[in-house]
Design a protein around this ligand. Structure first.
Ligand code: PRT
Ligand code: ZN
Length: 210
């Protein structure tokens, strides 16, 4: 039986469950439950915090997972990605206060930047020869400039209205993300076969949606 980890409650949850259902897989879901078994496919679904999903799949506690590429790459396991799923599209961007002068990434030399993505941002800045002071915070990153914690931020953006509402202006796109299917690297031949069946169904669902 395959074990698939999905986000318990958050932006990925509904689309992840819909995708599994559209693959013709039936299961009972109750919001208090932490796992469920499908009735017509050898699949067990685990409901977890999204941040825990890459590590569980890396360790083989779960065979598969659905998670944002941003979380996957930040966790340091980009090699687990099997395929993009086309939902939860967003970008990780740098932003500065609306009135701040900004011409190029060079302006961030020596600047304090608040982010929940120190690895992705650190790599991006290092590739461009920029040395900044990264302050890692786990949430409410957008308020950092207004409370004097940082002069710039790097956070997830989709519509841009959160940045706007906090008086910030997007200046660089650091990373583009979508939900991805991930898999443990050493699946047994039986599980690998089930993964291929599941991928075949997922691809059919995506073709039908277009
Ligand atoms: O509880 P758990 O740890 O499981 O969930 P979480 O709170 O860490 O994650 P969640 O549910 O907020 O997001 C899950 C994934 O959805 C992210 O890792 C991204 O891959 C993806 N995603 C897509 C987003 C957004 N869009 C998004 N807009 N994740 C977060 N946001 C936030 C962003 O942080 C910012 O605060 O929404 C705000 C910006 O939105 P706009 O529309 O105002 O630009
Ligand atoms: Zn999370």
């Amino acid at each position: 039986m395959l074990r698939l980890a999905i986000q318990k409650s958050g932006r990925l949850s509904e689309d992840s469950l819909n995708l599994i259902r559209e693959c013709g897989i039936s299961f009972l879901s109750a919001s208090y439950k932490l796992k469920t078994e499908a009735t017509n496919f050898p699949l067990e679904i685990l409901y977890l915090r999204d941040d825990d999903i890459p590590g569980y799949v890396q360790d083989g506690v779960a065979d598969l997972g659905i998670v944002g590429q941003n979380v996957l790459v930040e966790a340091g396991f980009p090699g687990l990605e099997v395929e993009g799923l086309g939902f939860s599209k967003c970008r990780l961007s740098l932003a500065v206060p609306r009135a701040a002068a900004y011409d190029s990434i060079e302006n961030l030399q020596g600047v304090n930047i608040a982010t929940s993505y120190p690895r992705i941002l650190g790599d991006y800045l290092a590739e461009r020869g920029v040395k900044a002071n990264l302050h890692t915070i786990s949430g409410s990153v957008e308020i950092a400039p207004s409370i004097g914690l940082a002069e710039a931020i790097c956070d997830i953006v989709s519509s841009g209205s959160t940045l706007l509402g906090n008086g910030l202006r997007e200046v660089e796109t650091v990373f583009r993300s979508e939900a991805v299917l991930i898999a443990h690297q050493n699946l047994s031949p039986e599980k690998q076969e089930l993964l291929e069946q599941l991928q075949f169904r997922m691809q059919a669902v995506r073709r039908a949606r277009r």
